[in-house]
Design a protein around this ligand. Sequence first.
Ligand code: EPZ
Length: 417
Amino acid sequence: MQRLVIDGEKKLSGELYVHGAKNSALPLLAACVLARGETVLHNCPRLSDVYAACRILTCLGCKCVRDGDSVSVNTDSLSHFNVPDELMREMRSSIVFLGAILGRIGRCRLSFPGGCELGPRPIDMHISALRQMGAMIKEDHGILDCDVGKGLHGAKIVLSFPSVGATENIILAAVTAKGSTVIHNAAREPEITDLSRFLNSCGARISGYGENSIYIEGVEKLSGCDYEVMPDRIVLATYLSAAAVTGSELTVLNSRVSDVEAILPVFEQMGCIVCPYSDRIYISAKRSLKAVKTIRTMPFPGFPTDAQAVVMAALTKAKGTSIVIENIFSNRFRHVDELLRMGADIKAEGKVAVVDGVNFLSGAKVRATDLRGGAALVVAGLGAQGTTEVSDIKYIDRGYESIENAFSSVGASIKRV
Ligand code: EPZ
């Protein structure tokens, strides 16, 4: 089993580059199923989840080839509608292929075993919306067997919660459905905007994305195009947290300030100097960190749940008491126990974690519990005295392109063994 070994408390300096967003690349790769001919996605990150999505495309009969930072997908030989069980298990978010496969082929069969490391991952909103659009979906022992019959048609859908995945699945099913679809209480995350812009480049007619209501006019067919995947806003938050916890100054390139407007004020409250420019963000954490009053994770444009763990890792050394409230997932404090092994002082109960800053963290052997929890342990290790060993780093590789090379390039002592 691979591990990351970190000798902490090294000052970081220099520039880091934010790679393409995992949570945009995945729905974009699913969306390629809808486009005839060839699509090329640039700035497509080298992540195990992206590789899993490419394997799903290959299983469907598409040609999926990586060429440097770009991935090309050709759907001319698309012929299957079955997503293998092992691939569904490997990546919960494969559910987003459902809408695209139904839109292109009209049939889809995939397993959805439900829970994952963050707690239950229900898909009730996905299913009920697709049924509203004419899909017949049979659920039996975790297998979804779907058929669109005479074809999908537009519908007026009101989401009870602005679910990112449900919004993506509905958009993917609606772009070639008959008639128009409106999604009220839609997710407003930047990845939804990225998906909508991509689909419009393929010939779709989507408007209102980024707002509460999204409008889609069904079109006959979509054609492949070239598209650049947006930068990963959570990787950006991770790099900012590493600068904060090590008292460093860093410039983070390929940053989109509009994606992190709820995150930057938190670093300023911690006492960091944050200077956003058009495509980069400078951060300096020269002074010791101060606790922040309360962080509540919320749907975009609120503070993102995916940044909760890495920011908490920085808060463990912030003087005073910070309150972190996790409103999105029911089991997203699993990194707390591991941070306690490093000397952090955190009390987590239900959706609230109380973080009392300590003067220093001590290196320890810790285990990644999930993707962002694992990244939080790397951040804590960078800011801890002594050596930290992080195991189960397969979780981290799902969302970070060689995290050890990134941090080594700015002076950290971190290596993969
Ligand atoms: C996406 O997951 C992201 N994953 C998650 O990032 C992110 O944390 C989440 O959105 C929230 O921003 C990808 O984009 C691949 P949701 P998703 O549907 O779509 C409940 C990471 O670390 N819900 O917005 O699954 C659900 O249980 C990952 O990169 C239902 O109840 O998130 C959760 O409590 C982790 N029924 C809440 O809504 C449904 O039908 C938010 O889920 C769907 C969701």
